[in-house]
Ligand binder design. Structure first.
Ligand code: ADP
Length: 629
């Protein structure tokens, strides 16, 4: 070493010492010197740290009042009991109000050449450090109690932290893992996985919740869900990665079991011929089976969440919410627990008859209703065919009966008519005699002829009664229900027509006094005629509406067909008038007879929108009572 260098070296410390006070103050450190039996000297920055005015002479007891009451005794003891070998190194809080209290580290050394108790040193503000320390111990507590595995790693994958959760999940203790990598947790074939993840973390990505498989110490393979994020220092420099992992093996197993059960249930539901629709208490569709998709033409994903009323034609569509609400508030069951034939509406607007059974389930969250829907089209088609065969038979027999009747009738009518003719011939001969004619005889001849004509009339009336035969049984009937049933029946096999049916029931025409079967026959006839008429129309809409007309209920069956042909109009209600190749032409005549026998009327009007509208009136209960009075 050069002498010059030595000289320089010895000067610098002296210079620095001369400035020691200022250098320490710049570092936020204050200097102090005290004698517990005497005075205390504080540098300006030491005074500032303790929160007292600088440059003021102070006794030892005054100095202690600047220290937090809880730390005072400790500090006092340390300051009094120091010796030359052991200095003082102690943290204490200042006495300033709690929020503003500072943590100070006091370090000092006694002076052998001074009074035995004199000691001097530095105060350093360690509030920031203390705060971090408190935070760290809070974090440590959280880490150690967390059930999740929390693992810290360097960017090279070396484990730096391993909490109790990690030990519980993976079976290895912190002592075994810290300083190694997680390679031994990786099942075969997954070794690179963690390196790839670290690579992504290095690029600054946060690797969100992913699922992975890991091997426990006991060899068991478990499922974990993991999140990895970067650990950075204050200046944003990447230090490593922290990984939070959760054992989801049990949850996954439960989920798989649940899914299996659901699939099983679903496969059962998909194979039953009934369609299943589940709705909640608000009427929103929650589940829609494959059969339901086929039946209604909606895909489950487009209808789930929508109101079930979509599956019904008006007016049920508008009323459904009300019915549901009424049931929920009154518990009054109308359809729940039983089954009923109703009309369903497909996505394309066409309607079909269906049998609906509804069950209620009270799930954990809320009440649900499960509807099983059976398409009656097919079943009823078969029945319908039987029915048709039957009615063809009946038709035929009635027709033959009518043929027989006609010959009997010819025979029977022949008598009174022949008689009437001969009476009238007699009268003519009498008249031919001119004045000589006997007015008495003439009168009698005409009267006899009239009597015979009346007899002929009675015979014809008997024929009409025969045609509209059947014991009638009249009761109070719910008109919308009666119509609904008849329409469902009429719609059977209407698939080929693809008709859109609309109902519009007036509230005032709720009940009628009628023979249900007979009136349904009339409706069936009108609806079938309407559907046949619309067969070739571009628009096929059938509207059935009711309204009150005084003491009567008026039912209107309107179609958008071509209207009644001109040749037919005048004799529409006459028997044997038909425009159809296979038609009998007696439907409307029988219908009119039935309606008139009920005290109502049946007539036809053009449908303003194009097509035909048949109207009929029936007595309501009010009408019945009006008659009784
Ligand atoms: P059928 O249906 O056997 O012909 P109906 O007495 O029921 O016997 O009907 C008689 C005729 O009235 C039908 O052939 C048809 O020409 C006409 N008709 C009935 N309903 C309608 C209608 N809605 N639109 C057009 N024409 C109709």
């Amino acid at each position: 070493m050069e002498p010059g260098g030595k000289t320089t070296g010895s000067v610098a410390p002296e210079r620095l010492e001369a400035h020691a006070g200022r250098i320490l103050a710049a570092a936020g450190t204050g200097i102090w010197r005290l004698d517990p039996a005497g005075e205390v000297d504080l540098s300006a920055s030491a005074a500032a740290l303790l929160g007292c005015p600088a440059g003021k002479a102070m006794g030892y007891d005054d100095f202690l009042t600047l220290v937090h009451a809880d730390d005072r005794e400790n500090l006092d003891t340390a300051l009094r009991s120091h010796d030359a070998d052991h200095g003082v190194d102690l943290d204490f809080r200042t006495a300033s109000p709690a929020a503003a209290a500072r943590w100070i580290n006091a370090r000092g050394q006694g002076f052998a050449d001074e009074a035995p108790r004199a000691i001097a040193g530095v105060f350093t503000d360690i509030s920031g450090y203390k705060q971090t320390e408190a935070q760290n111990s809070r974090f440590a507590a959280i880490l150690s109690t967390s059930e999740a595995a929390i693992v810290g790693k360097t960017l090279d994958g070396v484990i730096t932290d391993w909490n109790a959760g990690a030990e519980a999940i993976f079976g290895y203790g912190a002592a075994e893992m810290v300083g190694t990598t997680i390679a031994r947790l990786m099942p075969e074939g997954h070794a690179d996985e963690s390196l790839l993840i670290l690579e992504r973390v290095r690029r600054g990505e946060r690797v969100q919740l992913f699922e992975a498989r890991r091997r426990r110490k006991d060899g068991e393979i478990i499922d974990v869900s993991v999140t990895v994020s970067a650990v950075r220092d204050r200046d944003g420099r990447l230090l490593g990665a922290s990984k939070v992992a959760r054992d989801i093996t049990a949850a996954k197993r439960a989920q798989a079991a649940l899914q299996e059960r659901e699939e099983h249930l679903q496969s059962i539901l998909d194979t039953v011929p009934d369609a299943m629709v589940v709705i909640d208490a608000q009427g929103r569709i929650r589940s829609f089976s494959v059969t339901a998709e086929r039946l209604f033409g909606y895909r489950a994903d487009e209808i789930i969440g929508r109101n079930v009323s979509l599956l019904m034609p008006s007016p049920y569509r508008e009323q459904h919410d009300f019915y549901l609400h009424r049931y929920l508030t009154t518990g009054d069951k109308h359809i729940i627990g039983s089954s009923r034939v109703v009309i369903g509406q497909r996505q394309d607007g066409t309607t079909f008859p269906m049998e609906l059974s509804i069950g209620e389930t009270s799930g954990q969250q809320q009440r649900q209703f499960t509807g099983f829907v059976r398409d009656l089209t097919e079943r009823q088609q078969t029945q319908q065919r039987l029915h048709e065969l039957q009615s063809e038979l009946a038709h035929m027999s009635r027709f033959t009966a009518m043929g027989e009747m006609a010959s009997t009738l010819a025979h029977e009518l022949n008598q009174p008519l022949t008689a009437a003719v001969s009476y009238l011939n007699g009268c003519r001969r009498l008249l031919a005699r001119g004045a000589a004619a006997d007015p008495e005889m003439l009168n009698e001849g005409i009267e006899r002829a009239a009597e015979q004509a009346m007899r002929a009339g009675q015979i014809i009336r008997r024929l009409r009664e025969f045609v509209a035969r059947g014991e009638t049984e009249r009761r109070t009937e719910n008109l919308p229900k009666l119509i609904e049933e008849a329409s469902a029946l009429a719609l059977v096999g209407a698939g080929q027509y693809e008709v859109r049916v609309q109902f519009d029931f007036g509230p005032e025409a709720g009940t009628v006094f009628a023979d249900k079967i007979q009136i349904q026959q009339v409706l069936l006839n009108l609806i079938r005629n309407a559907m046949e008429a619309m067969q070739d129309s571009p628009r096929r809409e059938l509207t059935i509406s009711t309204r009150a007309a005084g003491a009567m209920a008026e039912i209107r069956v309107a179609d958008t067909g071509p209207g009644v042909s001109e040749q037919i109009t005048a004799q529409l209600f006459q028997p044997f008038v038909t425009s159809k190749a296979k038609g009998m032409g007696i439907g409307l005549s029988i219908s009119r007879t039935i309606v008139e026998a009920h005290g109502g009327r049946l007539w036809v009007e053009p449908n303003p929108g194009g097509g035909t509208a048949f109207h009929m009136t029936l007595r309501t209960m009010a009408g019945e009572h009006a008659d009784d009075d």
